[in-house]
Design a protein around this ligand. Structure first.
Ligand code: ADP
Ligand code: MG
Length: 607
């Protein structure tokens, strides 16, 4: 089975336009803005509390010695920081406060995110399920769903943690700088000129190396596919005596891998020595400069301050280093949001189909010179002026080769698509003026391939009428010749088709679909090759059920067996989107045209 390729969410440049689009998603946070605001408050509080930590740790590590005459701000002196015990107690209180704040921050952010995501998921599926049919032709459903779930996961991660983390790190960087300047502006200047620069170089450097090894990996995959292809097609290789040719190709590919990896090895070596020499060198340089300031007859820095300074520096370095990845993740999220908003902003059938009439529909249907092309293939004309009329309770058989346009006609009945020209009339009212849900509530379709939904047989039958009573369901199942096999299951109607679905035969599924149609009690029925995939025994049962179903309704039957078509009130013989013959079976046989030919040829196997 072909699995849909999982489309990765792309990073996007943060432009005004992309941010504008992503802003649409903020609307989903709006109902929870109160809680969200409190979450942010806790974030600010816990981050601020965290910023005091290096300062106090400096006091602790600096020994709280009494010798140091260097000035401290008054407020700091107030709490008698010289006492180690006091500092330790304050640190514990600080951590206690911070852990409470952080707890509420995480819980609140998760709450807001999950609430908003539920709304976003619902909105996205709401849009999807109401999309016009044309949308599903254009988009591959598998790709669409995997894309949707990965986009939502990306948004979830960002709303829950990334944004908060990004903000937290920025606060740490800014707050850290403020503390550093406060401790010693001179040393702060020296530090800022070195550590952040080194941290950023290290990150960029690291990325460059990652890119190089990614290249080597891709190349390795390419070389593996040479092996795979040639071994799978070994007979091609041998019969053309191309072994040496393939070997040459492979040698070239692996040579490429070798040189790429060696190149990246050189860079990795440089990276390691860079880290050792420059980054640690920078730190040593600052420590050295700082120590100088604490020495001498006129020290400008106390040892507590010096320790605090080092701790702020380390904290800031880590924060700066984490920013690029966080930023990249936010960029990705903007991309994901754009995709989501594209779906949410696409107009659905509700917006596109503006008919509001609800006329009585008795099943009198007319096509008037209908021309149609599929929206994504405007150049290919599928229906070229189809005209016919079906009276209430008639059975209309559509006959024609595969691809002649039979299913398309039934799609137009359901108003899946809009005609290019001409009209489709239901009891004299143009389909485009009829309210779409109302129109479809008057129709039922039994397709060739029945899809049962995970759930019980009962649920699958009442899919046709969600309010149906047990009695109605059983009656429908009986009329559909389905009751016999349903009641033979130990759990009867409560049998899960999810795990039994595989055990249900095509004919049984078909009869459940018929029961579904019976319970809907529509005035118009569409049977699209409903019996074509069945063996003759189940076909008899299904056909018998269909005959009962068709009683008292206007039925459109696409079938390939003569027995089904023979009894139709009207047969439309369709060729290349045109009706070339029309009449009853007897009339058409008399005519000895295309239809009689078909019947003569194979007792009709038109598809
Ligand atoms: N969703 C679609 N998008 C584009 N072209 C389509 C689509 N469905 C059918 N067609 C084309 O329309 C023509 C009629 O198809 P269809 O009505 O399914 O024929 P039939 O049911 O008689 O076999 C065919 O040429 C087919 O390729
Ligand atoms: Mg078809």
């Amino acid at each position: 089975m072909l699995r849909p390729k999982k489309e990765k969410t792309k990073k996007v440049k943060l432009t005004k336009e992309s941010i504008q689009k992503a802003k649409g998603l903020l609307a989903y946070l709006k109902p929870y803005r109160g809680a969200y605001f409190i979450g942010w408050l806790f974030l600010v509080l816990s981050t601020s509390a965290g910023l005091i930590f290096p300062f106090l740790m400096g006091q602790l590590l600096g020994g709280g010695s009494t010798e140091n005459p260097v000035s401290m701000s008054d407020s700091v002196q107030l709490i008698n920081l010289k006492n180690i015990n006091n500092v330790a107690v304050i640190l514990f209180i600080l951590f206690g406060v911070q852990s409470v704040f952080s707890y509420f921050r995480v819980v609140i952010f998760t709450n807001v995110t999950e609430n908003a995501l539920r709304d976003i998921r619902k909105a996205a599926f709401d849009r999807l399920i109401f999309m016009p049919m044309d949308f599903f032709n254009k988009s591959k459903v598998g790709e669409l769903t995997s894309r949707l779930s990965s986009d939502i996961a990306q948004v979830q991660e960002t709303m829950r943690t990334t944004i908060a983390e990004f903000f937290r790190q920025i606060v740490i960087v800014i707050g850290g700088i403020a503390f550093l300047v406060f401790l010693s502006w001179k040393l702060a200047l020296i530090m800022l000129a070195t550590v952040p620069v080194m941290a950023i170089i290290a990150v960029v450097f690291g990325r460059f190396i990652r890119k190089l090894s990614k290249k080597a990996q891709d190349q390795a995959a390419a070389s593996n596919s040479i092996i795979e292809e040639s071994l799978m097609g070994i007979s091609n290789v041998k019969s053309f005596t191309n072994e040496y040719f393939i070997l040459g190709k492979y040698s070239k590919a692996i040579e490429e891998i070798r040189s790429l990896n060696i190149k990246s090895g050189v860079w990795r070596g440089l990276f390691v020595s860079f880290i050792i020499f420059c980054l640690f060198g920078a730190i040593v340089f600052i420590v050295w400069q700082g120590l100088l300031m604490t020495q001498g007859p006129n020290p400008t820095l106390s040892s507590q301050e010096f320790f605090s300074f080092i701790m702020y520096t380390v904290m800031m370095g880590a924060s700066i280093g984490s920013l690029p990845d966080l930023y990249a993740s936010i960029q990705k999220t903007i991309g994901a949001t754009e995709n989501l908003m594209d779906i949410i902003n696409t107009p659905g059938e509700k917006q596109l189909l503006t008919g509001r009439l609800k006329p009585e529909i008795h099943g009198n249907i007319a096509f008037e010179n209908v021309r149609f092309t599929y929206p994504q293939r405007e150049d290919i004309s599928v229906l070229n002026g189809i005209s016919f009329a079906a009276k209430s309770n008639e059975t209309i058989a559509l006959v024609g080769a595969s691809g002649s346009g039979k299913s398309t006609i039934t799609s137009l009945l359901l108003n899946y698509y809009t005609v290019k020209s001409g009209r489709v009339l239901f009891d004299g009212v143009d389909v485009k003026d009829i309210e779409i849900d109302y129109l479809r509530s008057n129709m039922a379709m039994v397709p060739q391939e029945v899809i049962l939904f995970a759930g019980t047989i009962r649920e699958n039958i009442s899919f046709g009428k969600t309010t149906a009573s047990e009695q109605e369901i059983i009656e429908a199942a009986e009329k559909a010749n389905a009751w016999e096999f349903i009641s033979s299951f130990p759990e009867g109607l409560a049998t899960q088709v999810g795990d039994r679905g595989i055990q249900l035969s095509g004919g049984q599924k078909q009869r459940i679909a018929i029961a579904r149609a019976i319970i809907k009690n529509p005035s118009i029925l569409i049977l699209d090759e409903a019996t074509s995939a069945l063996d003759s025994e189940s076909e008899r049962l299904v056909q018998d059920a269909l005959n009962k179903l068709m009683l008292g309704r206007t039925s459109f039957v696409i079938a390939h067996r003569l027995s089904t078509i023979k009894n139709a009130d009207k047969i439309l013989v369709i060729q290349h989107g045109t009706i070339i013959e029309t009449g009853t079976h007897d009339e058409l046989i008399q005519k000895s045209g295309v239809y009689s030919n078909l019947v003569e040829l194979q007792g009709i196997e038109l598809n």
